[in-house]
Design a protein around this ligand. Structure first.
Ligand code: SAH
Length: 218
């Protein structure tokens, strides 16, 4: 990385404090902690917010959207890879690409869709600068999944629909895992749904707060 913005405030020590905090707050998977240690979160937010990038909070990224809180990214990633490392993952809600970047260092191939085009254009440029080769991005309504590359071993949804979109269940492979917040604004359940030969099995992982999954594109 040639980017030296906010050096000091984004130093190794600052990042290490975040890792410690995530670990203190129940993130156990060392693969996930190591990946979060590696990903330069300050590059995913506006320069004016770079000094806050290693706080464990969501931050605004424009267009009424946010970069997810690191703890949430860690927990969702952990839930996704806990039983088996997926070979291909679909992410719905690319946003600034932070969760995408975390995933891209852990699994062979990541597909991610975003409904707000200006956000996606920015993120595309950022991913190119960071040199990711195993990420494909698309401007579309992720409520329909991304049928071209289905089925997926893993699907992670970073915006909350009122109910699980049927297309995502269909595009999940047998043995695959879908991690998704479901419910009304401000109080959603984080669900992990596993598909087996017999059908779908659902667990509630906890309470979360995500922006809503909206229909159509912008
Ligand atoms: N993954 C991001 C989180 C971004 S916030 C991170 O790591 O920080 C959620 C994103 O979901 C927003 O950018 C929002 O525009 C997008 N979104 C909402 N509804 C969507 C839909 N139907 N299809 C695709 N993206 C959607």
């Amino acid at each position: 990385m040639s980017d030296t913005r906010g050096i000091g405030m984004t130093s190794a020590r600052t990042r290490e404090r975040l890792i410690q905090r995530l670990s203190d707050n129940g993130v156990r998977d060392q693969r996930v902690l190591e990946r979060i240690r590696q990903v330069p979160r300050h590059v995913f937010v506006d320069e004016a917010l770079a000094s806050r990038a290693y706080e464990d909070t969501a931050l605004p990224i424009g267009h009424g959207q946010t970069i997810s809180q690191p703890w949430v990214v860690a927990k969702m990633t952990e839930a996704l890879i806990e039983h088996r490392l997926p070979q291909n993952v679909l992410e719905v809600g690319t946003g600034c690409g932070y969760q995408t970047a975390v995933l891209a260092g852990l699994v062979p191939q990541v597909y991610s869709v975003e409904r707000i085009n200006p956000l996606l254009i920015q993120t595309r440029a950022r991913m190119r600068t960071l040199g990711f080769r195993n990420v494909k991005l698309k401007h579309s309504d992720g409520g329909w999944g991304w049928p071209d590359y289905a089925p997926y071993d893993g699907i992670v949804v970073t915006a909350a629909p009122p109910e699980v979109p049927p297309a995502l269940l269909e595009q999940l492979d047998i043995g695959g895992v879908l991690v998704i917040p479901v419910g009304p604004s401000g109080r959603q359940d984080l669900l992990r749904i596993r598909r087996s030969e017999e059908g779908y099995e659902q667990e509630v992982l906890g309470s979360v707060s995500f922006v809503p999954l909206l229909g159509g594109t912008a």
